[in-house]
Design a protein around this ligand. Structure first.
Ligand code: SF4
Length: 371
């Protein structure tokens, strides 16, 4: 696709075109791809910002809508690129105001995203894969088996589909926070997630501050290091769930060993000057013991970190149960005095299977999940 650059920004007469082939989704280009395209067309660099604003800010559905671009340039872009759109195949609203959306892309793949409004903060939870190979025992996505990683265009369109005003004008409030905590492991193939974050934080894209974006991982050392090297300084959440290896392996059989993950987390915290969140789903009778609380606080004390406890959302088809109130109180009484910051996440969307660990795409998505 690369070709020599010649000519100037003339709306495009004397520059080499990309090689003929199937038209591609402009959303797949991301920031650096747009800059490359503009360079290849020998256009002024500001054209990348103009095109980006049409695609992301204005939500243009065709290149023809880019009215501040010369007509000849629009024709050249449209010859090689289109603007991909997904459709909302299903939407389920919770009594607590959250909404789970099944979003289907042009490829046929579908994932679930969740819009979670709360007082002073609205979060959108995005999926990164159509299934997940990590097979965590408490997770509905893990039971789907491996899927494929979404493209940059699909990740961005997933976000846009959630915030796009509904035809009836209802619309959903613009999120203040974005979390990659839905279906899939975002750092198994980190590049699409990293490039999507660049668009989310780009001033001509969605303009989010990095600190409002969180990537949650079960601990993929190479992916954590790639995210650190990307220089984005987003929040990193590590799905820990068990403070020692044997218990963790029984819950998360395909997750990398803690001995490999902890150094990568430390590197991330040091490289980005952030603290890592240790996510800990409390499973009744499994990881809510006094020994677990002591080991968790010891582990947290060795890292620049805070602990986020999540009471298990009971999901069909698993043997796990939420711990009782008494067990939670006992766990906290041991954890709190010896730990850095501890928070307890209030899960929304439990009644529509949209809470943590419950996303599985629904019967419709199961059919289409896969490469
Ligand atoms: S918890 Fe995360 S890493 Fe584990 S199976 Fe579910 S989606 Fe995959």
């Amino acid at each position: 696709m690369e070709s020599e650059v010649r000519g100037r920004d003339q709306g495009g007469v004397a520059v080499d075109e990309p090689k003929a082939g199937e038209p591609s989704d402009l959303k797949n280009l991301g920031c650096s791809g747009l800059a490359d395209m503009v360079a290849r067309f020998a256009l002024q660099p500001f054209r990348a910002a103009q095109i980006g604003r049409w695609v992301y800010r204005e939500d243009a559905s065709t290149v023809a809508e880019m009215s501040n671009l010369p007509a000849s340039l629009r024709s050249r872009i449209a010859a090689s690129w289109f603007i991909g759109r997904g459709t909302i195949a299903a939407a389920t609203s919770s009594a607590d105001g959250s909404c789970k959306l099944l979003i289907r892309f042009a490829s046929g793949a579908a994932v679930e995203a969740v819009h979670l409004p709360a007082a002073g903060r609205t979060t959108v939870c995005l999926s990164s894969q159509t299934g997940c190979p990590m097979a965590c025992a408490f997770c509905a996505t893990g039971r789907l088996g491996p899927g494929r990683t979404l493209t940059i265009g699909e990740l961005i369109e997933q976000f846009m589909a959630v915030v796009r005003p509904a035809p009836a004008g209802a619309g959903r409030t613009r999120p203040t926070h974005i979390v990659f905590m839905g279906m899939g492991e975002p750092l198994l193939e980190p590049r699409p997630v990293i490039e999507t974050i660049r668009v989310l934080t780009w001033e001509h894209g969605f303009g989010y501050a990095a600190r409002r974006i969180t990537v949650s991982t079960c601990g993929i050392p190479a992916g954590i290091r790639a995210l650190a090297e990307a220089g984005l300084r987003v929040r990193l959440a590590f799905s820990l769930n068990a403070p020692w290896e044997g218990l963790r392996t029984s819950l998360m059989p395909n997750a990398p060993p803690l001995a490999d993950v902890i150094p990568a987390l430390r590197h991330y915290a040091e490289a980005t000057r952030t603290i890592v969140t240790l996510e800990y789903v409390l499973l009744g009778g499994v990881n809510d013991t006094a020994a677990c609380a002591r080991a968790l606080s010891a582990l947290a004390s060795r890292l620049p970190s805070k602990i986020n406890l999540i009471v298990y959302n009971e999901t069909e088809g698993t043997m796990f149960r939420a711990p009782s109130g008494d067990r939670i109180r006992t766990f906290l009484s041991i954890l709190l005095p010896a730990s850095p910051t501890v928070t307890m996440r209030q899960s929304l969307g439990g009644d529509i299977a949209a809470a943590c660990g419950q996303l599985a795409g629904g019967p419709e998505a199961r059919v289409v999940a896969g490469p």
